[in-house]
Ligand binder design. Structure first.
Ligand SMILES: C[S@@+](CC[C@H](N)C(=O)[O-])C[C@H]1O[C@@H](n2cnc3c(N)ncnc32)[C@H](O)[C@@H]1O
Length: 274
């Protein structure tokens, strides 16, 4: 991360880069299904809003192929540099990454730039003005183009099963830490109305609820998330060092075959520009 880069709540360091890679692998089935449902085919133009280090953008670039185009936008200069390096290394000349605030997509995209698909995954929950992101995406869609969103509602439903008080407290602290800089771990509740306000037609809304059991890859996602994030919660003053220790002791104890974690519910929305 460069020194003048505004740090978003999860950070942009090597640990987050790795975590986002695993996260994409584990959720790419949902992304690919949604893009297919939205009609993505070779030759199309796709916009990846809040692309991070580009894991979805690389897949999109392969799907639209060299005669299509993918533009990724992220406020992190280091993530954007990573996308550019990888695009070169993977010979994906159709993939371009730009630094910018997704709440001001008009400043990042050319006035006449249009896309058949705009994808926003796990970014609306971090911005103070998701309506501005959606308005910018709607304006950039070609007629008939689709906005696809994967994001959270009811994040605090995340729990161990059976419930553990230490886990519940840390989940609540996490939601607080997103809300303070203006994010919303319930954002998906607002997205259908926000897309309608931009004149987009809501075509599809569904929920993707998953669990993680000890030993599964999904468990590695949950545990890497907490390994990275609880030190940030302590630094932010959301939990004490004692609460952090208790949390990890309880979490490490969840190895019995009967324990599982209910993951935060991911909602999927597809809306079409008429
Ligand atoms: C949880 S990551 C998700 C990355 C990617 N969409 C994915 O699913 O792999 C959230 C991303 O949103 C970016 N972000 C947060 N607020 C932003 C803003 N206002 N403008 C641009 N990017 C933003 C962060 O830099 C980060 O890369």
């Amino acid at each position: 991360m460069t020194s003048n880069e505004r740090e978003y709540v999860l950070g942009t360091g090597a640990d987050e880069l790795e975590r986002l890679g695993l996260q994409h692998r584990l959720w790419s089935d949902a992304a690919h299904e949604a893009w297919k449902r939205a009609g993505l085919t070779p030759g199309m133009r796709a916009l990846d809003i809040g692309c991070g280090p580009g894991y979805a953008a690389f897949d999109l670039a392969q799907l639209v192929q060299s005669r299509g185009k993918v533009v990724g936008v992220d406020e992190s200069a280091s993530f954007v540099a990573h996308v550019r390096e990888q695009a070169m290394a993977r010979r994906l000349a159709q993939l371009e990454a730009r630094v910018g605030d997704v709440q001001r997509l008009g400043d990042v995209l050319a006035r006449d730039e249009r896309f058949e698909l705009a994808y926003a995954r796990w970014v609306l929950c971090f911005v103070p003005d998701p309506g501005a992101v959606i308005a910018g995406a709607a304006a950039a869609l070609a007629p008939g183009g689709r906005l696809v969103v994967h994001d959270y509602f009811n994040y605090e439903c995340m729990t161990t099963a059976p419930r553990r008080e230490s886990f519940t407290r840390v989940v609540q602290a996490t939601a607080r830490s997103w809300r303070k800089p203006g994010g919303d771990p319930d954002v998906m509740a607002r997205v259908p109305a926000l897309v309608a306000a931009c004149g987009l037609e809501l075509e599809h809304l569904e929920v993707r609820q998953r669990i993680a059991r000890p030993g599964e890859s999904m468990w590695a996602w949950v545990s890497s998330w907490w390994r990275n994030f609880t030190p940030k919660l302590v630094a932010l003053g959301e939990i004490s060092a004692d609460e952090e220790r208790r949390f990890h002791a309880d979490f490490d104890g969840l190895t019995a075959a009967t324990d599982f974690v209910v993951l935060p519910t991911v909602f999927e929305l597809i809306a079409r520009r008429v």
